[in-house]
Design a protein around this ligand. Structure first.
Ligand SMILES: NC(=O)c1ccc[n+]([C@@H]2O[C@H](COP(=O)([O-])OP(=O)(O)OC[C@H]3O[C@@H](n4cnc5c(N)ncnc54)[C@H](OP(=O)(O)O)[C@@H]3O)[C@@H](O)[C@H]2O)c1
Length: 407
């Protein structure tokens, strides 16, 4: 095993590039322990610092985080030509010049990885290229633009107009000052072209994607959809049709049971359909410096070593058995005064606090249903044991855990 560092040349030091540099420094030791080589920055190129040829000469791998076509395309091709692996998050480059870049990587026998180019940290590329390599993919649906998903989610939540929701998204940093690429669907179209290329092994360029944005959506559209139990999303679709391939981006209503219907805010998600697997959906943050940098660093690690078929050696950890949960507690009790107070007192003495209560009279009996704030399981169980012994409790208490997180 070599002890030479693995040298990474970084092109671009903006939102993602600077987060990547920070993450690389933080994780270098752990990566070395895992793969036997320490990744380190060999140089950084921005408009005002660094020299491209010098950085390439000193690197094993180039990370391209400049974005756009020029000069990113030339830098990527020159890096591949010099025999360097390349990791990029550049959807414009891959959706317009993907074949040129793939051919060059193939010719030069180096790796080209681009997980972060589509849906940020959601591992859609890896899963399609590796896990689903044997599946015949029929269709891919995606929410691949966080800005528009945020705007539509806010319009649904608050009844805001498109213009109001866009303004809020800009204030919170979810939308750029010039949001054209996002709201016209162009950004999503570039990502769908890349997904279609991988799903169907077909040449699909950005111009092949038929694309409609969200600018004309009104609060009325959303209000009626809500009445019908529908949610509105900017959806990308790529599918096999009549021996060919169709790729679209359009606002669409989804029934509540569709896996993309519950993807809200700035989250992204990709649903892959194939007869062999039925359907899988991957979702998570679609953008953000650190999130995207984490996907980029994942690609760098994959390029450093052949993909591991085994997990790294395990480190011994204590197994924790008593942890905090939220609980639902269901009690059948006699309907008489003071019952709820006594139950609440026992819970309180064990440090269990009640989040919500529903009480229903059923003749002489009553039903008390409550949800607790998170509490150590041992404390809650101790309280329930005491409650079960109260003379007004008619049936053994029923307890079910509640997962509180919403995203
Ligand atoms: N931001 C996200 O959340 C996100 C998510 C997924 C994918 N991506 C992709 O990640 C890539 C980088 O995005 P970003 O948001 O980090 O961009 P950014 O903040 O605009 O940073 C771009 C960087 O590239 C440098 N640069 C621009 N033109 C250059 C040139 N001609 N020569 C050398 N350096 C140049 C800039 O240098 P200066 O510092 O000198 O200006 C800056 O450091 C893009 O492909 C983007 O699509 C971003």
């Amino acid at each position: 095993m070599t002890t030479e560092p693995f040298r990474v040349g970084l092109l671009g030091h903006g939102t993602v590039g600077s987060a990547f540099a920070q993450l690389l420094a933080e994780r270098a030791e752990a990566i070395e322990a895992e793969v036997g080589r320490r990744p380190e920055l060999a140089g950084v190129l921005t408009r005002s610092r660094g020299d491209f040829d010098d950085i390439v000469a000193r690197s094993d791998l180039i990370v391209e985080l400049i974005g756009g076509l020029d000069p990113a395309r030339a830098y990527v091709l020159r890096s591949l030509g010099a025999g360097r692996h390349v990791v990029t998050a550049n959807k414009q480059l891959l959706s317009q010049y993907g074949e040129e870049v793939f051919d060059s990587a193939r010719r030069n026998r180096v790796q080209l990885r681009f997980e972060a180019a589509v849906a940020g940290v959601v591992p859609a590329i890896r899963v399609m290229a590796e896990t689903l390599a044997a599946a015949h993919i029929e269709r891919v649906h995606g929410i691949v633009n966080g800005t528009t998903n945020y705007i539509l989610t806010e319009m649904t939540r608050t009844g805001a107009t498109y213009a109001e929701a866009l303004r809020e998204a800009q204030q919170l940093g979810y939308a750029e000052a010039d949001p054209t690429e996002d709201v016209t669907g162009k950004d999503a179209a570039a990502k769908m072209a890349i997904l279609a290329r991988l799903a169907f092994n077909a040449v699909v360029r950005l111009d092949d994607v038929i694309c409609e944005g969200i600018e004309r959506i009104t609060p009325d559209d959303i209000a009626y959809a809500k009445e019908l139990g529908l949610s509105l999303k900017l959806v990308g679709s790529a599918e096999r049709v009549d021996g060919g391939v169709a790729v679209h981006v359009y606002p669409a209503f989804l029934y509540a049971d569709h896996p993309l219907a519950a993807v809200n805010g700035a989250f992204n998600a990709v649903t892959v359909e194939s007869p062999a697997i039925t359907e899988i959906t991957l979702s998570g943050p679609g953008a953000g410096g650190m999130q995207t940098a984490s996907a980029v660093l994942g690609d760098v690690i994959s390029a450093m070593i052949p993909p591991p078929s085994l997990p790294p050696p395990a480190v011994s950890h204590p197994i924790v058995t008593d942890v905090e949960f939220s609980f639902y507690l269901h009690l059948e009790v006699a309907d008489r005064p003071g019952v709820l107070a006594q139950v609440a007192e026992i819970l309180g003495l064990q440090g269990v606090s009640i989040k919500s209560v529903v009480q229903k009279g059923l003749g002489d009996e009553a039903r008390l249903v409550m949800v607790m704030h998170p509490v150590l399981e041992s404390k809650f169980r101790a309280a329930v044991e005491l409650i079960a012994r109260l003379d007004f409790v008619r049936e053994p208490p029923r307890v079910i855990r509640v997962i509180e997180e919403t995203f």
